[in-house]
Design a protein around this ligand. Structure first.
Ligand SMILES: [Zn+2]
Length: 217
């Protein structure tokens, strides 16, 4: 019964993105020596504490993709000091729950000359971290709240917030299980739930795993 409840809950949201839920054709992806890949660019300062969190989240996802027998990998192509105006990012954040709109398109157009398939923006704004799903011909985006204040200043939180948003980039939706990586609104899960004195990533659900396997080569 619980699984049925989750499906209704998650897919009742426009963010469910049913039209983009099919398998990604390997031919639609870049290919490196090791196979299909999504190139990631990180916009931020090399000394930012979220930089290592972002790198760890990318490595974590590559380990998860390998565990799930996927050939896809994230490849970090570069760190750039460019910044996107806060008002542009904030406007797109307001559309994240409905899966996009004109402000999201404006954000994507601001990133049109940024290299890579996925752009991680380490913002200096106190917004709610959000993401834009990767689609063929359209970048995935992760926008991360400023890291020096609650809740991203809490131990173990930033790495899981970035990993959670990368999960959305790959097409995952929220669930209601607070012990898992993709728990989120409208459930009462919040980034503070990731707080831990030891460095660890929260796990995927079996439904998340099935979704990754069915969507990615
Ligand atoms: Zn989320």
């Amino acid at each position: 019964m619980r699984i049925r409840y989750n499906l209704v809950l998650v897919c009742g949201l426009a963010a469910c993105g049913i039209r983009d839920s099919g398998p990604v054709d390997s031919a639609a992806l870049r290919h490196g020596a090791a196979g299909p890949m999504l190139e990631v660019t990180i916009l931020g300062d090399e000394r930012d504490t979220r930089m290592s969190a972002a790198r760890e989240a990318i490595e974590h996802w590559n380990a998860e993709l390998k565990r799930l027998d996927r050939r896809l990998r994230f490849d970090t192509v570069g760190i750039r000091a460019d910044s996107i105006p806060d008002d542009v990012v904030r406007a797109a954040q307001n559309e994240a729950v409905i899966g996009g709109g004109p402000a999201t398109n404006r954000l994507l157009s601001n990133l049109s000359t940024t290299p890579g398939d996925v752009v991680v923006i380490l913002t200096q704004a106190d917004l709610i971290s959000f993401s834009v799903r990767w689609r063929q011909g359209s970048k995935g985006v992760v926008a991360v709240r400023r890291g020096d204040i609650w809740p991203l200043s809490l131990p173990n939180t930033a790495r899981n917030v970035v990993a959670h948003e990368m999960g959305h980039v790959l097409g995952l939706s929220h669930n209601t299980d607070s012990t898992t990586l993709m728990c989120g609104r409208p459930a009462s899960c919040r980034p503070t739930a990731f707080t831990s004195q030891s460095a660890r990533f929260f796990p995927l659900t079996s439904a998340d795993e099935q979704r990754i396997v069915s969507r990615w080569p």
